[in-house]
Design a protein around this ligand. Structure first.
Ligand code: FMN
Length: 399
C-alpha cells in the first residue's frame, strides 16, 4: 500500500508531521527557512516574551551534554526566551509565510515575570496579524524563568492554565496549543483544564528540571557559569519515556490532537509517539546534535514503516497502542512466566546469576557446565535477567 506523511493538524495541512520544537533550531527566521528547504513540515519559533525589558542576556556556557560513556543521552540548558523582540519575530513570520506558504509556522508565547492579561492578549494580536498558523503557549519551560513564575510555574497550576488559554483563545481564531509540562503527577487534569478553556491541541512535554552532575574537584555542578550553577532543563533521549507517558495520558484524557516532544531521534521514536496518540512530532535535541538533515531519515523511515504495516496515513495508526495500556492494578496476576536460557547462545558470563542472586529471594539461575540454567520452580519471572544478558539469550516462557 502506498502511504503519505501528509497530515491535517488542527486544520493546518502539513506535508509531514515533523516540526522543529521551540528551541535553538528555531532561533531565527533564516534558520527556519533553511530547515524548511531541507524538508521540515513546520516550526515553532523560539519562545518570545512581551517587552524588551524582560529580554535578559543568556549566560555562557548554557548547554551541557549528559553522557553515558561517549553517547549523548540528553542535554541540559539554562537558555531563556528569544533574544529577538516581538516585532522582529512578527516581521520574520510574515517573511517566512510569504516564502514558504506550504509550511506551518507556530508562534511560541512565553510570559514575563508577572502574569499580565494584556500582555498575552496583545502578543496574540500581533502574531495573528503576522500570519502565524497557530499559537503554542509555553506553560512548561522548567528552568530559568520558571523560578520567577512563568513557564512550568503556570503549567502546573490549573487556574493559571485556564486564564492564559482563554485570554489567547478570545484573541484568535487560529489554533491554540498550550505546551504542558511533565513536572506534575497529574498531567491529565492540566490537559482537561486547557481543553475546557478552548485549547485545540496540546504540545507535551518541555524540558525537565535537573542538575546534570557535579565536578568532583571544584564541587561546582555542571554547567558552571563563573563558578556557580543553577537548575537546568533536561531534554533528549533521557526524557523520552516521560514524554511517552504524558502523551499517552493527555491523548486518553482529552481526546485532543497531541504534538509530541521529548527524545524523538529516530523514525521508530516517532512511530511510538504516534501509536500513543501523537499527531505531530517536535524535534529539538536530535537537531542540536546532528543538524536539520535528520529530517531525511525521519521521513523516509516513517514512510517505509507505514508502507510495511499497510497504514495509508498517520490517522490509520494514531493512538493504536492506547487500548493496550491499563491501570497497574488491573494487570493480569495469573499470567506467570519463567526465564529460559538458550544454552547454545549463552557464553557463561554469569551476569544473570549475580543479578538473580542479588535481586531475587530464591536465586533461580546458576551455571551448569558452560552455560547458565534457570530452575523454573524458583524463578519469580521478574524478567531482570533477560534485560541485562549481554548475549540476548534469555527469554520468558509461559509456566
Ligand atoms: C537549549 C534549549 C532551549 C529551549 N528553549 C525552549 C523555548 O524557548 N521554548 C519552549 O517551549 N521550549 C524550549 N525548549 C524545549 C524544546 O522545545 C523541547 O520541548 C525539549 O527540548 C524536548 O524535546 P527534545 O528531547 O527533542 O529536545 C528548549 C530546549 C533546549 C534544549
Amino acid at each position: 500500500m502506498s502511504a503519505t506523511l501528509q497530515t491535517n493538524f488542527v486544520g493546518i495541512h502539513l506535508k509531514n508531521p515533523f516540526i522543529l520544537a521551540s528551541a535553538p533550531p528555531t532561533v531565527s527566521p533564516e534558520n527556519i527557512a533553511r530547515a524548511f528547504e531541507m524538508g521540515w513540515g513546520g516550526a515553532v519559533i523560539k519562545s518570545v516574551q512581551y517587552t524588551p525589558r524582560f529580554i535578559k542576556q543568556n549566560v555562557t556556557p548554557r548547554i551541557h551534554a549528559v553522557r553515558d560513556k561517549s553517547q549523548i543521552i540528553g542535554f541540559t540548558n539554562f537558555e531563556i526566551g528569544s533574544a529577538k523582540t516581538l516585532e522582529a519575530w512578527a516581521e520574520g513570520i510574515l517573511w517566512l509565510k510569504q516564502r514558504f506558504p506550504e509550511n506551518a509556522v507556530f508562534a511560541s508565547l512565553m510570559h514575563t515575570d508577572v502574569l499580565k492579561e494584556e500582555e498575552w492578549r496583545e502578543t496574540t494580536r500581533i502574531f495573528e496579524q503576522a500570519g502565524v498558523d497557530g499559537f503554542e503557549l509555553n506553560l512548561s519551560c522548567s528552568h530559568g524563568q520558571a523560578e520567577s513564575g512563568c513557564g512550568a510555574m503556570l503549567g502546573t497550576d490549573e487556574e493559571q492554565i485556564k486564564k492564559v488559554v482563554s485570554w489567547v483563545r478570545e484573541e484568535t481564531t487560529k489554533p491554540v496549543i498550550p505546551k504542558l509540562t511533565a513536572l506534575t503527577m497529574d498531567v491529565q487534569s492540566k490537559g482537561i483544564a486547557a481543553k475546557a478553556s478552548g485549547a485545540d491541541a496540546i504540545a507535551a512535554i518541555n524540558t525537565m528540571s535537573s542538575l546534570p552532575g557535579v565536578n568532583l574537584k571544584t564541587f561546582i555542578p555542571y554547567n558552571s557559569v563563573d563558578g556557580m550553577s543553577a537548575l537546568q532543563g533536561l531534554s533528549g533521549k533521557a526524557i523520552k519515556p516521560i514524554a511517552l507517558r504524558c502523551v499517552m495520558q493527555l491523548a486518553s484524557a482529552t481526546n485532543l490532537p497531541i504534538s509530541a516532544t521529548g527524545g524523538i531521534y529516530t523514525w521508530q521514536d516517532a512511530a511510538e509517539f504516534i501509536l500513543l496518540g501523537a499527531q505531530t512530532l517536535q524535534v529539538c535535541s536530535a537537531v542540536m546534535e546532528h543538524g536539520y538533515g535528520v529530517i531525511n531519515k525521519l521521513t523516509a523511515g516513517l514512510l517505509r514503516y507505514m508502507e510495511e504495516m499497510d497504514f495509508g496515513t498517520i490517522e490509520d495508526f494514531r493512538g493504536k497502542a492506547l487500548v493496550n495500556v491499563t491501570k497497574q492494578i488491573d494487570l493480569n496476576r495469573d499470567y506467570k512466566l519463567y526465564a529460559y536460557v538458550n544454552a547454545e547462545k549463552c557464553i557463561g558470563c554469569g551476569k544473570c546469576v549475580t543479578a538473580c542472586r542479588d535481586n531475587n529471594a530464591a536465586g533461580a539461575i546458576r551455571i551448569e557446565g558452560k552455560s547458565a540454567v534457570c530452575i523454573n520452580d524458583k524463578c519469580e519471572g521478574c524478567g531482570l535477567c533477560t534485560q541485562i544478558c549481554p548475549q540476548g539469550c534469555i527469554s520468558m516462557m509461559k509456566k
